[in-house]
Ligand binder design. Structure first.
Ligand code: SF4
Ligand code: SF4
Length: 108
């Protein structure tokens, strides 16, 4: 009881009134995944499927296709993420050869 009373007086409440008060996130926080774009708004993704292969919980599915008129270039025609299965491990981000995937700080 003595220790409990000491802690009551010594520390401020740890409870936050979320969503009105937000916790300060660490710099390396891994939140929602995002497909990134270049400054001119074109997609970075080249549809290589490496993120799909690297994902341990099969979150990502990529349907890639050739860029019309440019048979040596590909792009992701469709890109699906089932974020309910994501472990936020970051392996897809590390695998992407063109830095087309990023982890945002969004968690809501
Ligand atoms: S963060 Fe991990 S679990 Fe989530 S999509 Fe990427 S590789 Fe898959
Ligand atoms: S690894 Fe990168 S470039 Fe390849 S399909 Fe995934 S997001 Fe696109």
């Amino acid at each position: 009881m003595k220790i409990t009373l000491m802690h009551l007086l010594k520390y401020k409440p740890a409870t936050l009134q979320y969503p009105h008060e937000m916790r300060t996130l660490p710099n390396n926080y891994r939140g929602m995944l995002a497909l990134l774009r270049y400054d001119d708004d074109t997609e970075k993704c080249v549809g290589c499927d490496l993120c799909e292969a690297a994902c341990p919980s099969r979150v990502i599915r990529v349907v890639s296709a050739e860029v019309p008129g440019e048979p040596t270039k590909r792009y992701s025609k469709e890109y699906y993420m089932d974020m309910t299965r994501c472990l936020f491990c970051g392996m897809c981000v590390d695998t992407c050869p063109v830095d087309a995937l990023g982890m945002t700080r969004g968690f809501e």
